[in-house]
Write a protein that binds this ligand. Structure first.
Ligand code: PMP
Length: 337
């Protein structure tokens, strides 16, 4: 009989699939890695598992312990899933701007959700960060993973995501394209692939090139941190887990380009993925168009499109922000004024 003892064992080992339609005119092979096939629906299951296992190993988390993290997104789902299976209480602190659906997912896994007001200063005790820090201090046995600085986040990608790409391409990958949010994925995966290929002769592709994909406006691609709509990627500060020495290049992609490609991936490739996936594919195609036939470009697609049906896949929403062709252009800056 072939089965897993817990859903946690099913984290990782995601497949690669070759893009067929959106790559028209491109000679190189472009492969996408489907992270939405993780049990919690995103790449963040990997870091949740690693951060929890490390905390157990070094005694920061013990039976009866509580996991507290300020997150509303994919990391919360990963921590809720792994935390529940390992018997920990999970508390997530989310700002009130986070939609009902996202809170409901965390609660469905049995996590507790504490909602904090958005309209307070970040250093206020009532803020999302203030409340999570207080809970960690006040609850005995509480542990805050902190995905922005926890070395287990890039560590999980160094130990799993990178080696999976190397093994599944038989060591032939030449370029990897990754969007950066906390920076954990690009740092861990990129570092592993660069090390694995450090002695590979130029005739066999040389050292793997790591390309960052970034929303236009974010600091990684030289922006000021101004707002954009793509979720989960880009930053307005430099997190500890982003190692600037890993990417060879970071390409800026606009919201309109990201969303148009996200919709094409669903319609033409059968891949219902999120906006950061569309963004990474735009950057990958920009790189791939000048590459020869023997180049192998791997792009990480972090999550599913299910969470974006009311936005990217909704024509009215797209039109209202000027993201559908022919619609009047409105900048994000103007909208948020
Ligand atoms: N895409 C999505 C949808 C995400 O939630 C995240 C995580 N913030 C990323 C991409 C980027 O991953 P990382 O934080 O490892 O840079």
């Amino acid at each position: 009989m072939k089965y897993a003892n817990s859903v946690v064992e099913l984290i990782g080992h995601t497949p690669l699939v070759k893009l067929q339609k959106v790559t028209e005119g491109i000679k190189a092979t472009v492969l996408v890695k489907l992270e939405y096939l993780n049990p919690g629906g995103s790449i963040k299951d990997r870091i949740a598992l690693k951060m929890i296992e490390q905390a157990e190993a070094d005694g920061r988390l013990a039976p009866g312990g509580t996991i507290v993290e300020p997150t509303s997104g994919n990391t919360g789902v990963g921590l809720a899933l792994v935390g529940q299976q390992k018997g920990y209480r999970c508390i997530f602190v989310v700002p009130d701007k986070v939609g009902e659906e996202k809170r409901a997912v965390l609660e469905a896994y049995g996590a507790e959700v504490v909602v904090t007001p958005t309209a307070v200063a970040p250093d206020s005790p009532q803020s999302y960060y203030g409340v999570s820090d207080r809970l960690v201090t006040e609850i005995p046995g509480a542990f805050k993973p902190d995905q922005f600085s926890n070395p287990g986040a890039p560590g999980s990608h160094y130990e799993t995501t990178g080696p999976e790409i190397w093994a599944d391409t038989d060591g032939k990958v030449t370029h990897v394209v990754i969007g950066a949010g906390t920076g954990g994925t690009i740092t861990g995966t990129g570092r592993f692939l660069k090390e694995a290929s450090s002695d590979r002769p130029e005739a066999e592709g040389g050292q793997v090139k790591v390309i960052g994909a970034d929303p236009e406006g974010s600091v990684y691609s030289g922006g000021s941190g101004r707002p954009y709509f793509v979720e989960g990627v880009g930053e307005d500060m430099w997190p500890a887990n982003y190692d600037k020495s890993v990417p060879d290049e970071v390409l800026a992609v606009t919201d309109a380009e990201s969303f148009a490609m996200t919709r094409r991936l669903a319609r033409e490739e059968g891949l219902l993925v999120g906006g950061s996936s569309g963004m990474a594919v735009v950057a990958a195609l920009r790189v791939a168009k000048d590459l020869p036939e023997d180049a192998v470009v791997v792009v990480i697609l972090p999550d599913s499109g299910r969470g974006y049906l009311a936005k990217i896949f909704n024509d009215d929403w797209m039109r209202s922000y000027g993201f559908l062709p022919g619609a009047e252009e409105t900048t994000v800056g103007e909208l948020l004024k």
